[in-house]
Every structure is written in structure tokens, then in C-alpha cells.
Design a protein around this ligand. Structure first.
Ligand code: VGL
Ligand code: ZN
Length: 195
């Protein structure tokens, strides 16, 4: 059922490095483009705000395996890998949120070290719809932070895909988001990478 609460769409990290061919490619990552473009148009047509987050790392960060972290180098500021995936709408009404800039933290969440929560509140937003890459990292952390910040959250299962470092990570992430109070809408198996 559709509530009257003011909504925003948050599109998480749909960047080249997380799509097929990228340095931290998410299987089927580019399948999120079509549903997200459709939603983006619907939100903007209704005058509702849309945000795109981008992972925006320094070349040297403890997020990367080379400096003690977990991940291959990805989404370094101003490199091709950090650009939004071609085909994702670049409508100028969308607000870009850069995150993951702190070289001592992973910065998975779109709320971590950004003004996203404040901006949403200033705009009177009560409910956020969240999709993008990847289900088990930046989408999950963004959803959990949105709930902690008091927003109602719909997690857009058709519009997210997992990294699945361990094969069950996507499934567990869906469970965590659901248990924390997010409504999972759409195909949760796709969001978990098991369909
Ligand atoms: C992400 C791993 C490392 C994500 C970002 O966007 O989900 N995952 N950095
Ligand atoms: Zn990252």
C-alpha cells in the first residue's frame, strides 16, 4: 500500500568498478540499471528527490588490500572505474553523494561521513527507497543506517545484486535488512544472487 509520506530514491554505487568488467565486479550488476532508471524517472516526474551515492576512495586507503584492508583497488576518485555506469540516467536533478573518502574507514554507508540524513530531513523526506550495488555491503549499510536515522525503508530487491564473497552473504544481508525493519520489495532471490 502506498503511504502519503514524502519519499526519496537512493541509488547506491552504480559505478563501473562494480559492474561487469570492473575491478570489483558484481555478477549481473548491470541488471540494476533498467529498474533504477525507471524508478528515477517516476520519482523525478513526481517532484520527489533522487540521490546517487558513489564510492569515492583515495588511492591509498585502508579499505584496500594493499594497505591492510579487504578489497582490490576500486572507485578511486576521478578514475574511469569510479564513474557512474554508462546507461544510468544522468538527470541533473539528481543529487550526488560522495562517500568512502575517509582513508581510515570503509565508508560503506551513504550516510557515513555525508550530509545525506540532514538533506533528507530538510526536504521533509520520511521514507527512502534503496537499490544499487552491492546488496551485501553498501546497500545493506545504507539501509541499516536509514532505519537507525528513523526513515521508513523499502529495499528494492529487483534493483540490487550482491558481491557474495561468501555464497550466502547476499541472502544474509536481505535477512538483516528485513529483521532491522526494512520492507523487502521484489525478487529477494535476485537481490541475494541465488536466482
Ligand atoms: C562496496 C565493497 C567495497 C559496495 C564498496 O559499494 O557495496 N563493496 N566498497
Ligand atoms: Zn569501496
Amino acid at each position: 500500500m502506498s503511504s502519503g509520506a514524502k519519499k526519496a530514491l537512493i541509488i547506491v554505487d552504480v559505478q563501473n568498478d562494480f559492474c561487469p568488467g570492473g575491478s570489483l565486479a558484481v555478477a549481473h550488476g548491470d541488471e540494476v540499471l533498467a529498474p533504477l532508471n525507471k524508478l528515477m524517472k517516476e520519482f523525478l516526474d513526481r517532484g520527489e528527490p533522487v540521490f546517487k551515492t558513489r564510492d569515492w576512495h583515495l588511492a591509498k586507503t585502508k579499505h584496500f588490500a594493499d594497505y591492510g584492508g579487504t578489497w582490490p583497488v576500486h572507485c578511486v576518485q576521478n578514475t574511469a572505474g569510479a564513474e557512474f555506469r554508462a546507461g544510468l540516467s544522468d538527470d541533473l536533478r539528481v543529487t550526488i553523494i560522495s562517500k568512502g573518502i575517509d582513508e581510515t574507514a570503509d565508508g560503506y554507508s551513504g550516510f557515513d561521513g555525508t550530509d545525506l540524513a540532514q538533506t533528507l530531513r530538510e526536504q521533509g523526506v520520511k521514507e527512502v527507497w534503496v537499490g544499487g550495488l552491492a546488496t551485501d555491503y553498501c546497500v545493506k549499510h545504507t539501509v541499516l543506517d536509514a532505519l537507525r536515522q528513523g526513515f521508513t525503508v523499502k529495499a528494492l530487491a529487483d534493483a540490487m545484486r550482491p558481491v557474495n564473497v561468501n555464497p550466502n552473504d547476499g541472502e544474509q544481508a536481505i535477512e538483516e535488512m528485513r529483521n532491522a525493519g526494512a520492507e523487502i520489495v521484489g525478487n529477494a532471490k535476485k537481490a541475494a544472487g541465488i536466482a
